[in-house]
Design a protein around this ligand. Structure first.
Ligand SMILES: [Zn+2]
Length: 405
């Protein structure tokens, strides 16, 4: 249990100026985040809990498909980025001058680190039977104009995963395994119904890349969803006057406004070739390795969920993401009772915030709504007279009295 009186952070009466979207504005108003500079945010205790909860869902699902967690360096060597020909071609790459003659990269992605790292342990076909690693780490993008709060930052938290395979077929198979894991992540985040697996332009390595696009009114992207089979297409691969579904050739579609929440790529042997990764096959021949990479924007998802589910009273978190499952508002001399109740509730696996701050009921009630905690409990003289506490769900207006056992 966490007591709000122990936190140094405070809420504000209204959405502060300077945020150009509601999700970021409410996170600022609730005191969950604060900006250091455009596109770079601090997370306070309750905001960090949300971020960690999303992180944990992602971690559990990546572990469940047999990927191994690692933590790679945020700093990257210029040599490696030049080797892959990306030092000058990736326009958002942060370049860090270290001395007159030396620069480092602040990594926006980790092919340049993970490929030589994993290469160290690959010799035979056996080493590629289950070769997938992921990390959850702060990434950097040198956006010329960062805006939209957490939506597109210069510094953000991402899960990135890299897999290494003997053949294209093995990559294709694993790719679908990851697709399934991503579906489970979106399910647990409450975003499954509004998130579309979308074909997008492939770039250098394959015909398509694959994006997970979540419907949201202020999204930065557009997709076209086939009316017959439901396949989503990014606008960049569509001739808008003449839609033809790439899956079923149907010609009618729906347009949706979306925001990209994740993407997965088949990299082929572009990076493994550069770093000389090879393996010895069963027949003794030396062969190339193919790779896949798979991203999820963890801090972006926090914004997306905040933005998508908020109502006129504030944030509304899905239960697995919320900074707590319950908030107990203490009115009068009932802190001991609240602690006891919190212990009971937490013994069932729930998490409890106790609002024991020295403020009036009005502010406590509106802050409980603003925080977006799914269950609000009031413990006061009035509820004790009725031998219980009042329980109200976040989206409901009236509470019910639950008797205390
Ligand atoms: Zn179709």
């Amino acid at each position: 249990m966490l007591r709000l009186s122990t936190l140094p952070f405070k809420t504000q009466k209204s959405i502060p100026s300077g945020s150009d979207n509601r999700g970021t504005g409410l996170l600022l108003q609730a005191g969950f985040i604060r900006m250091t500079l455009a596109g770079a945010y601090n997370y306070t205790t309750l905001g960090l809990r949300v971020l960690r909860n999303i992180e944990e869902i992602v971690r559990e699902e990546m572990n469940a498909i047999g990927s191994s967690e690692v933590l790679l360096t945020a700093l990257g060597s210029k040599d490696a980025w030049e080797k892959t020909d990306r030092w000058n071609s990736v326009d958002i790459l942060f370049k860090l001058p270290v001395a007159e003659w030396k620069e480092y990269a602040l990594n926006p992605t980790h092919e340049e680190v993970v490929t030589p790292l994993i290469g160290e342990w690959i010799q035979s076909y056996k080493d590629l039977e289950n070769c997938s690693v992921y990390q959850i780490q702060t990434k950097f993008r040198n956006e010329k104009r960062a805006k939209s709060g957490l939506m597109r930052g210069r510094e953000f938290l991402m899960k990135d995963m890299y897999s290494f395979h003997r053949t294209q077929e093995e990559l294709d198979t694993y790719f679908e395994v990851v697709h399934g894991a991503y579906d489970r992540v979106f399910e647990r985040l409450g975003l499954a119904d509004s998130t579309h697996y979308t074909f997008a332009s492939g770039g250098d390595f394959s015909k398509y890349s694959y994006e997970f696009q979540t419907e949201i009114a202020i999204g930065e992207d557009e997709i076209f969803v086939c009316s017959a089979c439901g396949q989503a297409h990014n606008k960049e691969i569509i001739d808008e006057n003449n839609f033809v579904c790439v899956e079923c050739a149907h010609t009618i579609c729906d347009r949706r406004i979306v925001s990209e929440s994740a993407n997965i790529f088949k990299l082929g042997s572009r990076f493994s070739d550069v770093f000389g990764l090879k393996y010895q096959d069963t027949d003794g021949q030396t062969r190339n390795i193919v790779m896949g990479c798979y991203g999820i924007g963890v801090s972006r998802l926090m914004w997306l969920i905040a933005e998508k589910f908020a109502d006129d009273k504030g944030l509304v978190w899905p239960v697995e993401v919320s900074p707590a499952t319950h908030i107990i508002i203490v009115i009068g001399d009932h802190l001991a009772g609240a602690r006891k109740l919190a212990e009971q509730i937490e013994s069932t696996g729930a998490t409890v915030l106790i609002d024991d701050r020295n403020t009036g009921f009005g502010q406590k009630a509106s802050d409980a709504d603003l925080f977006g905690i799914p269950n609000r409990i009031i413990l006061s003289d009035k509820t004790i007279e009725k031998w219980g506490y009042e329980l109200k769900k976040r989206r409901e207006n009236e509470g019910v009295i639950i008797s205390i056992k």
